[in-house]
Design a protein around this ligand. Sequence first.
Ligand code: TXA
Ligand code: MG
Length: 351
Amino acid sequence: METKVIKIDRNNIKKEEFAEAGEILRNGGLVAFPTETVYGLGGDGLNPNASKKIYAAKGRPSDNPLIIHIADADDIRKLAVNIPETAWKLAEKFWPGPMTMILNKADIVPKETTGGLDTVAIRLPSDEIARNLIRESRCFIAAPSANSSGRPSPTKAEHVIEDLSGKIDMIIDGGSCDIGLESSIIDLSGEKPLILRPGFITREDFDAVTAGVEYDRAVIAKTPEKNVVAKAPGMKYRHYAPKGNITIVEGEPRNVAEYINRCVSESESKGVRTAVICSDENRDRYKCENVYDLGSRKHELDITSHLFDVLRQLDSDEISVIFAESFDELRLSQAIMNRLRKAAGYNTIRV
Ligand code: TXA
Ligand code: MG
């Protein structure tokens, strides 16, 4: 299949630009598109065949449910039943934006889309390209991240092209994603609101709207705990990991740099391609041929928006051994460290 790539300028959007993409979606085809978090691989969420195609294109296990994207908050009435008051409060505060809510599904949502579950994940993105696409297609768009299963989520059209070219109908190139980490997922289908995936909206943010919100233990654990299985099916899969071996090094910046420099010199002396992932603040402390600077800790969106791109670069640069700083103290630490720990297979050392 030939994949058509079109560019859309988010500062100068014309409705006509979405006509072809909308038609593809209505006919059961697949279109990748940007959102404020990561690129999504969209298909008609109410069409079981479109959902099957999404799983096939990504190579994704079919028990891992998709998120349905809407353009109007009221549409949760069509997709969900027994909607609690909290859902409306959260929608009012955080939509449009990087929040996904899990609710009890309505009958029109096919089990192919929800991975066989009786609940449905719903998100109203803030990205103007995404919202225009949803409106113009007149579909509720099921969209997982537009990467091959197991790879880091795509934050640029180039990443989507790398993974899915030839497997889907169209890719809309809208440039880089602002946040670069997937949405926060909050489960409202149980007794207590539970965060199944940490993202840009933190527990403290949720707590300010509705008290008693907790993180699913499995997603903030520093080491995988026995018998604790993540409640979002997707969070249990191996994810984000580059081919090289990452070690996260925690501690005072000076000690961290000293430790990492020692390891780097040992590794490089054996001819092993070695890299460091760090922030602007500590960049100059490192003596290593390959330093990947995520940006300043004072601009957390720089860190989040560069992380997945760097994880992909490590593979294209054929790096085998990687040392990463920790980002424990940031507002978005749970979101960042959740991804970094997974990428590192929970391999962490404190110095
Ligand atoms: O930011 C995002 O959420 C991006 C953009 C494209 O919107 N989408 C995204 O989708 O990250 P995906 O499929 O890569 O991740 C969806 C996560 C998976 O971990 C999945 O298991 C979980 O949401 N999920 C979906 N429906 C669920 C449900 N009914 N119950 C529990 N977890 C669910
Ligand atoms: Mg994903």
